[in-house]
Design a protein around this ligand. Structure first.
Ligand SMILES: [Zn+2]
Length: 91
């Protein structure tokens, strides 16, 4: 089941990022990395929350299912391949 697999890998990523965040918190001049890490953590949290709902894996534009291959490559994806191409967006 792709959702379970994604959940496991996202939680692992979340732990890794949290650890990294704690490491860089003490350093000077890493604001940018800090911000990026925070943003990514935020995205993982949102995706994990989405995974609990029926909405996950459904394109928010056309309502079709997003392929498992795409979700595995881009777990944060909210659009199917066709819509992301049409809208020229990454996720
Ligand atoms: Zn679509």
């Amino acid at each position: 089941m792709i959702v379970e697999k994604l959940k496991v890998s996202l939680i692992a990523k979340q732990n890794e990022l949290s650890k990294r965040l704690a490491d860089i918190e003490n350093d000077e001049g890493v604001d940018e990395i800090h911000q990026q890490t925070l943003q990514e953590l935020q995205r993982i949290k949102q995706t994990l929350a989405m995974l609990q709902t029926e909405q996950y894996g459904i394109c928010i534009e056309c309502g079709k299912l997003i392929s498992n291959e795409r979700l595995e490559a881009l777990p944060y994806s909210k659009h199917c391949f066709v819509c992301s191409e049409n809208l020229e967006i990454k996720y």
